[in-house]
Design a protein around this ligand. Structure first.
Ligand code: NAP
Length: 252
């Protein structure tokens, strides 16, 4: 019997919401976890503390996924502290104040595309350089956190964000094909309305309560319900799935 490969999971935006739930569940599933975050060190350290006090292995690493230098440093830190990444969750994402497209300026559009799209590309690049059999790696899995907004379009709220998530869907499909023969699976989850703090950035902290009646299941989702789908896609249970977009959206 060979020695089992150490499972090393990088989660961008792992300090809060869906990322934090994925970090905790990932650690419970046997991954050594890197919790990346942008500003909220207290929240990131609380996730690390919860994992380590339960006997797991975790580190917190700050870095803006939209900064190429930060992303390079993030993966170097993981190499140094945990080992080469075997699983990546591109979870970090932002939305901005609800408004119609005719009011959006280029600065806002740049921030939304940089954090949601360019960040995911840069992190995937660093992961592939370590995972791909083409580069001497042992394979791995990537899950991109898209949104059901890519399908619904988010009119009058944030079409820019929805379009960025549409780019994540195409990125998932294309990258999955590009690295399929190199031991790497790439999939996405598309969450619906989930109880997290992201809605406050749109100016409506209780947005889930307002829109939940339009969800066929008549309720918002919990971060853990998304985390379970992410962990399944990362796992060997999903060994023949790549390029899949898994809706976790209560039927929307
Ligand atoms: P959240 O509660 O607002 O948490 C966002 C996380 O991302 C935080 O850990 C934050 O770090 C981090 N982050 C933000 N920008 C970053 C950057 N540039 N670099 C590194 N980290 C960054 O969000 P969430 O609701 O859990 O959302 C997670 C993902 O799910 C996002 O991609 C979002 O678009 C997607 N999603 C959410 C919903 C929903 O209803 N909640 C629905 C569909 C899709 P700090 O703590 O340091 O700020």
């Amino acid at each position: 019997m060979g020695i089992a490969l150490k499972k090393i999971l990088v989660i961008t935006g792992g300090s809060r919401g869906i990322g934090a739930a994925t970090a905790r569940l990932g650690a419970a599933s046997g991954y050594a976890v890197c919790v990346n975050y942008r500003h909220n060190e207290v929240a990131a350290m609380a996730v690390v503390e919860a994992i380590t006090s339960a006997g797991g292995e975790a580190i917190a690493v700050p870095g803006d996924v939209g900064s190429e230098a930060d992303v390079v440093r993030l993966f170097e830190k993981v190499d140094e502290k945990l080992g080469p990444v075997t699983a990546l969750v591109n979870n970090a994402g932002i939305l901005e104040a609800q408004m119609r497209v005719e009011k959006m300026d280029a600065a806002r559009l740049g921030r939304v595309v940089t954090a949601n799209v360019i960040g995911s590309f840069l992190c995937a690049r660093e992961a592939i350089r370590r995972m791909s059999t083409r580069h001497g790696g042992k394979g791995g899995a990537i899950v991109n956190v898209s949104s059901i907004a890519s399908k619904l379009g988010a009119p009058n709220e944030y079409v820019d964000y929805a379009a960025a998530k549409g780019a994540i869907d195409s990125f998932t499909i294309g990258l999955a094909k590009e690295v399929a023969a190199e031991g790497i699976r790439v999939n996405a989850v598309r969450p619906g309305v989930i109880y997290t703090e992201i809605h406050a950035s749109g100016g409506e902290p209780d947005r889930v309560e307002r829109v939940k009646s339009s969800v066929p299941m008549q309720r918002g989702g919990q971060a853990d319900e998304v985390a379970r789908a992410i962990l399944w896609l990362l796992s060997d249970e999903a060994s023949y799935s790549t390029g899949a977009l898994l809706d976790v959206a209560g039927g929307r």
